[in-house]
Write a protein that binds this ligand. Structure first.
Ligand SMILES: Nc1nc2c(ncn2[C@@H]2O[C@H](COP(=O)(O)OP(=O)(O)OP(=O)(O)O)[C@@H](O)[C@H]2O)c(=O)[nH]1
Ligand SMILES: [Mg+2]
Length: 335
């Protein structure tokens, strides 16, 4: 699987100090180490002279697979002035990715003509898009290689998980994947957190856990494409933020491209309002039922059209209903 993607840009690759380096999602390559210099050895140096005028379409060379400083890399040179590199898992074979690597770059820089490589933000967006496409298509390509007998629809589901900040999205994915939880684990998500969860007998779910802070919400649209199911999370103990949470819900589920995509709504942190299940025949159970009605009324869930939907109370902290999340996702998908 691809771990990281990076881009190195310069007018003269011999001038290592003056190269611009971009990484996504982690900073693995900087211009201060010998990595870039080593990487360039694998490319045809004549082509790496600076080119003054941009040519369209871009000339995209063959990818060059190399292992440098223990990093399993595949790098591609564009127009002799830009290198885009993939950092792959050590047990991945870069040749398996060769075709798709070229194809995706070609599509993005030549067909859609969306990148002139001039603006930092534009480059960052290109890397995010490439990373996303790579994770999806790369996985699919490899899956087809390794398990030709398995039917495709049972194998891969993309789950788009969103909601405003600190509602517990990342904690939920971590709990589902590893069983772990800690109050102190709190690290706001800044980039997409993509985690694969295998549900035996049902398939592989890729959770796309979005960053909820306002600054990062505009990235949601980049992660939305081709989602099979949308999961929206609320912190039910934090009613002050219900209004902004509701606004974000509808900004996403009303989008045309999501029409018909099933929706799972999770009311998390139930431990903060109640420790007991809603079916308990006592005052606490009644309290939770009342709360559910209030939430439904406020968020107008019953008016949602164009989506099959379900609602679950959960507590990632006490593990209440967490097992039901993946199950409900596959249930909704099979309807
Ligand atoms: N009491 C309680 N706290 C929880 C629960 N789930 C998560 N938390 C806490 O809520 C805080 C935020 O959790 P995160 O998982 O980082 O929230 P997030 O939605 O991913 O936040 P962003 O990445 O900023 O969008 C952390 O301190 C968690 O420990 C829960 O079920 N109950
Ligand atoms: Mg998070």
């Amino acid at each position: 699987m691809i771990k990281n993607i990076f881009l190195v840009k310069g007018n003269d690759f011999q001038d290592l100090e003056n190269l611009a380096v971009f990484n996504y999602p982690q900073d693995i390559v900087t211009n201060s180490n010998s990595l870039i210099e080593n990487m360039l050895y694998g490319h045809d140096c004549k082509k790496l002279q600076g080119i003054e005028n941009k040519t369209v379409p871009y000339q995209i060379d063959e990818p060059v697979p190399q292992v440098i400083n223990n990093l399993n890399l595949s790098t591609i040179c564009i127009d002799g002035r830009i290198i885009i590199g993939l950092h792959l898992d050590n047990n991945d074979n870069p040749y398996d990715y060769e075709e798709i690597f070229k194809e995706l770059i070609h599509e993005l820089v030549n067909n859609e003509k969306i990148c002139s490589f001039e603006d930092d933000l534009e480059i960052e967006n290109l890397l995010i898009t490439l990373f996303i496409d790579f994770r999806r298509y790369g996985e699919e390509v490899l899956e087809n290689f390794s398990s030709p007998g398995i039917e495709k629809e049972s194998s891969f589901v993309k789950v788009f998980l969103f909601g405003i900040e600190e509602v517990g999205k990342t904690s939920m994915v971590r709990r589902i994947k590893t069983g772990e939880y800690s109050d102190n684990y709190f690290t706001p998500t800044r980039k997409f957190n993509i985690q694969y969860v295998q549900d035996h007998g049902k398939g592989l779910a890729a959770f796309w856990d979005m960053p909820g802070q306002p600054l990062f919400r505009k990235k949601w649209l980049t992660g939305l494409q081709d989602s099979n199911i949308v999961v929206y999370m609320i912190d039910i103990s934090d009613q002050i933020r219900f209004e902004s949470s509701k606004k974000e819900l509808y900004s996403i589920i009303n989008r045309y491209e999501l029409s018909g995509v099933p929706l799972l709504i999770i009311g998390n942190k139930v431990d903060l309002v109640n420790h007991l299940s809603e079916n308990d025949g006592n005052t606490n159970g009644d309290h939770l039922k009342r709360l559910k009605n209030e939430i439904f009324e406020f968020f107008k869930f019953n008016e949602i059209r164009n989506h099959e939907w379900q609602f679950l109370f959960t507590s990632v902290k006490t593990n209440y209903n967490v097992d039901n999340v993946v199950e409900t996702i596959f249930d909704l998908l099979s309807q």
